[in-house]
Structure formats: structure tokens, C-alpha cells
Design a protein around this ligand. Structure first.
Ligand code: ZN
Ligand code: ZN
Length: 357
């Protein structure tokens, strides 16, 4: 059976359990997951009788080549076409992605029939959590392009260059190594700026004794990689070496906790316990990790609030960090697949990379 139709089949059974006769999907990565369509605009209607992708003339040829398991309707009035389908199918309950449909479009579509519309958050994201072998392969290939790119950039020498130059070089090199693109804008944060978890690369030059946090990823076959290294100078400043060891231990504890059946909160707790033992917990200001797939951040989340459990086939990041205001930061991030009995890293750069380049 083609991929598109079996994934749509799983969605239809989920919708029938919610007694939803028609579902409107607008998140483009969900549409790609269900049909293979990689365009940037469209809406997908799914009912037990079939699926229809509504998109515009720019994508007529592309949708013909890519879409599997759904009809395609080409129109320059997407939402009118969606309303037409609703009138034709007359479903008693219409499900929608309340996390992604804008309030403006929702109001337009649900006028005079608001009671039929059922907010479903994002049911497709739940289906996307467990990856098929082909999806994991795509992420491994993305990770290989990203790691290869980083090694190529670092081996040319990075001290004395600006953060922006290193980031731009890294993104260029990822494409040269087979990536379609970077999966997000790379973070290159040197010195005290390493204490900003989401620092944007600047014109600052990377100094001879700066630690540098580099968080980067590539996209291949639509799938993302996401990985972080911290490069330490030979003699790290003011306790950053100790922070590095603490983060490394915490990351190992997190990865060791990964296996099918384990609640995501437990992996997060293991990382926090480890950082607590080393005295750095108060400097860890974000969650432990997240799922990766067609989006760089997707379910499940490894955080104290997560309700998900790990299941075989999931791919998650484990990325503890310690951020010392005014001093700098350390973050180490790997992607880990949940295999039959344990977690297996699918990003391979060694944590000692700063000694090797
Ligand atoms: Zn990252
Ligand atoms: Zn991440």
C-alpha cells in the first residue's frame, strides 16, 4: 500500500473514534506526512470516503508528481473550495487543528455552523511520533550532512572568525554535503553570549579563550537533524570546564534512561537529578529534549510537563545545558532513536570534538 494512504488510514480510524466525519488539516508538515506534498500552501480534507488536497495553480504539476492517497483540487479560492466540500459531504462533526488554524479562517469557515466544529489540537502530530524506518534513515542522512559540514568548517579554523561567518559557512557546507537546507538557523554563540540558550549569531569575533556553543541541523528528504556541540578552549575560563563535565554526565544519564515504555518526564528527571548532584541545576533553564521529524521540534517533549511515554521508533533529542550569566554556556545535544530495549544515538560527533579540530 502506498505510504500516503496507509497514514491517512490510521488518521481516519483515529477520527472515527472521535466521531468526526471530516477533518481539516492545515499544518504543512502534517499535509506532507499524510500525502507527500511538499509545497508551502494548501489545505487537506480527510473523510472516511477519501482525502482531497486543495492547493493553487503554482503547485499543479508538483502536486501531480508528489501526492499519494489523495485527490487534488487546484483553485485560487482555497477556503471557498473547502466550504463547498463541507456542503457536499454534510458531516455532523468537523475536526480541525485548533493549534494551527488561524482565528480569522476558523471564523470564516464556521460561520452559521460553529457547533459542528470540534477542536482537535493536532491529531496528526500524535501519529507522527513513531517513525518508520525510512523516516529514521532520512534523519540519519541529515545528521551525516550536518556533522560532516561542521567538521569541514571547524577544520579550516574558527577562532578569529565572526559567529556569523561560521554560521553562514556551516549552512553553505551542509548544502554541499547533500542537505536541501539547514533545518533551522544555526546558533553560534561564543564567550559570554553562550549563556543565551537561543543566541543569534553576531559579528563578534570568536576569541582565543572563548567557549563556543554551536547548535545546528540539516534537512534531507524533508526530515531534520538537530545537534549541539560546545567547543572548549585548552584552558576554559572560570568553571566552564566543570560545567562541561556536569552537562556531559547529565546527558549520558538522560540517554541511558531511554527505552520503550518510559514516561518522558522520567528522562527529564534523570537529567535534572544529575545536574542537581553536580550543583548546576539552577543554571538549566529549558526542557531536556523534544521529538524531531519533518519539524525540528515536535512531540514528544522531554519536559517536566510531558504526558507522553517513549515508544519504539520515536526519535528525541537529549540536550541539557548550563548557562552561567556573564561567563558563558555549555550545551550538548544528540538525537536518540528509541530502539527495542534502549536508546541509540543517531548523531555521532564526539563530545571531545574541541580537542580534535
Ligand atoms: Zn538544537
Ligand atoms: Zn533541539
Amino acid at each position: 500500500m502506498p505510504v500516503g494512504s496507509s497514514r491517512i488510514g490510521r488518521l481516519v480510524s483515529l477520527l472515527s473514534r472521535r466521531r468526526v466525519g471530516l477533518f481539516l488539516c492545515v499544518r504543512m508538515t502534517n499535509i506532507r506526512y499524510l500525502t507527500g506534498f511538499s509545497g508551502s500552501d494548501g489545505a487537506l480534507l480527510v473523510s472516511p470516503d477519501g482525502a482531497t488536497l486543495v492547493t493553487d495553480g503554482r503547485y499543479a504539476e508538483q502536486s501531480r508528481q508528489e501526492v499519494c492517497g489523495a485527490e487534488v483540487a487546484i483553485t485560487d479560492r482555497k477556503w471557498d473550495e473547502v466550504l463547498k466540500a463541507i456542503r457536499r459531504l454534510r458531516p455532523a462533526r468537523i475536526g480541525y487543528e485548533s493549534r494551527h488554524l488561524t482565528v480569522e479562517i476558523f471564523r470564516r469557515l464556521s460561520r452559521r455552523m460553529a457547533e459542528k466544529w470540534v477542536a482537535l489540537a493536532d491529531p496528526v502530530e500524535g501519529l507522527r511520533m513513531r517513525k518508520e524506518e525510512g523516516e529514521i534513515r532520512a534523519m540519519e542522512r541529515a545528521a551525516v550532512a550536518a556533522s560532516g559540514a561542521l567538521l569541514a568548517v571547524l577544520s579550516k579554523g574558527y577562532r578569529g572568525r565572526t559567529e556569523s561567518e561560521v554560521a553562514a559557512d556551516l549552512e553553505r557546507e551542509m548544502k554541499a554535503q547533500g542537505a536541501e537546507d539547514a533545518s533551522f538557523r544555526a546558533i553560534v554563540a561564543s564567550g559570554a553570549r553562550g549563556a543565551l540558550p537561543h543566541a543569534v549569531p553576531t559579528g563578534a569575533r570568536i576569541g582565543p579563550v572563548d567557549a563556543v556553543v554551536i547548535d545546528f541541523g540539516a534537512r534531507r528528504g524533508g526530515y531534520c537533524s538537530d545537534e549541539t556541540v560546545t567547543l572548549l578552549p585548552e584552558r576554559p575560563l572560570r568553571g566552564l570546564g566543570k560545567a562541561f563535565d556536569a552537562v556531559r554526565k547529565a546527558q549520558e544519564a538522560g540517554i541511558r534512561a531511554i527505552r520503550p515504555g518510559v514516561p518522558c518526564v522520567e528522562v527529564d528527571a534523570k537529567v535534572r537529578e544529575s545536574l542537581d548532584r553536580s550543583g548546576y541545576l539552577k543554571y538549566f533553564v529549558h526542557s531536556t529534549g523534544h521529538g524531531v521529524g519533518l519539524d525540528v521540534h515536535e512531540r514528544p517533549s522531554l519536559s517536566p510537563r510531558s504526558k507522553d511515554r517513549l515508544r519504539e521508533g520515536m526519535v528525541v533529542t537529549v540536550e541539557p545545558g548550563v548557562y552561567l550569566p556573564g561567563v558563558g554556556g555549555v550545551r550538548l545535544e544528540d538525537m536518540v532513536r528509541v530502539a527495542g530495549t534502549r536508546g541509540e544515538r543517531i548523531t555521532y560527533l564526539p563530545k571531545t570534538i574541541s580537542r580534535l579540530v
